[in-house]
Design a protein around this ligand. Structure first.
Ligand code: GLN
Length: 424
C-alpha cells in the first residue's frame, strides 16, 4: 500500500499537494511497522498520514512553505505526531500551505500554489491547501492541518472533504509553528466525519508541553437530536447559490425532527477587523525568532508579500503608544464577540452555516488582500471564541464543492462531531 500511494503522489505531482516526500524514510518505517506485532493491533496501523508543513515531524523539512525555513530539518516530533506514531500511524509526507499559514487560497507558498483536485482551475482554499488536496485526491488516508481563522475548514469546503477545528485547548500546539497562538489549533482533515472523531480521540488531551491544553473525555459516536440555530447575518453575507445548498442541508436536520431556531449575531461586522488586528500582533511577535541567526534567513528578507504586510503592520500596532488604539480595542471587541456568541448559543446545541461566503476564485486570478480576508468572515468567529467547528461536504455548484459548517459551544466538540456524522 505504501508503495502504491508513493507512486500515486508522484503521478499527481501537478496538484502540488506535497512539498517534502522522503521515500526511503517512509519505506524503512513501513518495514519496521510490519515487523512490529504490537503495532498491528493499534488503531492507526496501516494508515498513511499527510502533515501540514508547520507541524514538526522529525527528519522532515518543516518550512511553513517559506524560504525563511527552507533549510530547517526538524529534530523532533510535535505532540500530535508523537501520538500518531504511538498509535501505529505512518507519516507519508509533508504538505503544501500558504506561507506561514497566512492566506485563504493556497497560492502564497514559496513552493508554488496547490491545485484543487476537484476543480483544477480553482484555488483549493487555504492555508492547509496541500492537506485538503491530498485527502481529496486520495493521496493519503487522512491529513493534519492547522486552523487559526479557518485554515482547516476553508480548504476542506473547497476540496469537498471533511475538516474539524477543535475547541481551543483540546489539542496540543506543542511543535506547531505559531501563526497567532491564541487562535491556532491543529485538527484532522478526513474523508468522512467518523474518521475525524476517531482521530480526535487520538490527538486530543492534556499535554504538559502546552499549558493551554485540557483533558476532555473520549468522544463517542452517538445519535442525538441537536437543537439547531441558523444565524441570519451568516446567511445574509453569503452568495445565493451557496445559501441554497445550506438551506437544503438545514432540511436534512428538519427531517431528523430537529428543532430549528432563527438567531441573530449583530456583531459580525467586528469579526474580521478584530481577528486580523490580533493576528498581526501575535504573528509579528512569533516571527521575531526568524532573525537570520537561528534558521538561516531573516524573515523580512525572503518572505512573500502577505507575510511582509503582517509583519510591517504588526510591528506598528504593537508599539506601546498605539496599543490602546488598536490591540487593546481588539481584545475588548474579542470579549464582546465571545459574550454575544455564548448568549446566542445559550439554548442551542449547534449552528449550521456556510463555511465560505463565496465560491473559490480561479487559480492565479488577482484579488485584493481585503477580498482574501473576506473569505474568512464565517470561520474566524470559532477561533475568536475558542469554539469547535467542523465542515462536511453538502453539494456542488458547477462541480465546485461546497461545505456545510457546524459550530458548537467551547468543549462541546463531541456534539459537533456527531452532528457531522449524522448529516453525512
Ligand atoms: N486566512 C486566515 C489568515 O490568513 C486564516 C489562516 C489560518 O487559519 N491559518 O489569517
Amino acid at each position: 500500500k505504501v508503495e502504491e500511494y508513493l507512486e500515486k503522489i508522484e503521478k499527481n505531482k501537478d496538484i502540488n499537494a506535497f512539498i517534502d516526500i522522503r521515500k526511503e524514510k517512509v519505506l524503512e518505517e513501513a518495514k519496521r511497522l510490519e515487523k512490529d506485532e504490537k503495532a498491528k493491533k493499534k488503531p492507526l496501523y496501516g494508515k498513511l498520514i499527510a502533515v501540514k508543513a508547520n507541524i514538526n515531524v522529525e527528519g522532515y523539512t518543516i518550512s511553513c512553505a517559506s524560504k525563511t525555513l527552507e533549510n530547517y530539518i526538524s529534530p523532533y516530533d510535535a505532540t500530535v505526531i508523537e501520538k500518531i506514531k504511538e498509535n501505529g500511524g505512518l507519516i507519508i509526507g509533508i504538505t503544501n500551505m500558504d506561507e506561514f499559514a497566512c492566506g485563504s487560497s493556497g497560492e502564497t507558498s514559496y513552493y508554488g500554489p496547490t491545485k484543487n483536485p476537484k476543480a483544477k482551475d480553482r484555488i483549493p482554499g487555504g492555508s492547509s491547501s496541500g492537506s485538503a488536496a491530498a485527502v481529496a485526491a486520495d493521496l493519503c488516508d487522512f491529513a493534519l492541518g492547522s486552523d487559526t481563522g479557518g485554515s482547516i475548514r476553508n480548504p476542506a469546503s473547497h476540496c469537498g472533504v471533511v475538516g474539524f477545528k477543535p475547541s481551543y485547548g483540546v489539542v496540543s500546539r506543542y511543535g506547531l509553528c505559531d501563526l497567532a497562538m491564541s487562535f491556532d489549533q491543529i485538527g484532522p482533515i478526513t474523508k468522512n466525519a467518523k474518521d475525524a472523531l476517531e482521530i480526535m480521540n487520538i490527538i486530543k488531551g492534556k499535554d504538559e508541553k502546552d499549558t493551554t491544553t485540557v483533558n476532555i473525555k473520549d468522544f463517542e459516536v452517538r445519535e442525538y437530536k441537536p437543537k439547531v440555530g441558523i444565524v441570519k447575518e451568516f446567511m445574509d453575507v453569503t452568495d445565493k447559490k451557496i445559501r441554497e445548498k445550506i438551506e437544503r442541508a438545514i432540511e436534512v436536520f428538519k427531517d431528523m425532527n430537529c428543532e430549528i431556531v432563527e438567531l441573530s449575531y449583530k456583531y459580525l461586522d467586528l469579526a474580521l477587523p478584530t481577528y486580523y488586528l490580533i493576528n498581526y500582533v501575535e504573528f509579528y511577535s512569533a516571527t521575531r525568532r526568524y532573525d537570520g541567526r537561528r534558521y538561516g534567513y531573516k524573515i523580512e528578507d525572503v518572505c512573500g508579500e502577505e507575510v511582509l504586510r503582517r509583519i510591517t503592520i504588526g510591528s506598528i500596532i504593537s508599539q506601546k503608544e498605539y496599543s490602546g488604539k488598536y490591540y487593546k480595542k481588539a481584545l475588548k471587541a474579542r470579549n464582546l464577540l465571545k459574550r454575544e456568541y455564548m448568549k446566542m448559543m445559550k439554548n442551542i446545541d449547534i449552528i449550521l452555516s456556510p463555511t465560505v461566503p463565496k465560491l473559490p476564485h480561479k487559480l492565479g486570478e488577482k484579488i485584493s488582500p481585503i477580498e482574501m480576508y473576506n473569505y474568512d468572515i464565517l470561520t474566524v468567529i470559532a477561533n475568536l471564541v475558542g469554539a469547535p467547528a467542523g465542515v462536511v461536504p453538502c453539494g456542488e455548484i458547477n462541480n465546485i464543492p461546497v461545505g456545510l459548517q457546524i459550530q458548537g459551544k467551547p468543549f462541546e466538540d463531541e456534539k459537533v462531531l456527531n452532528a457531522m456524522i449524522m448529516f453525512e
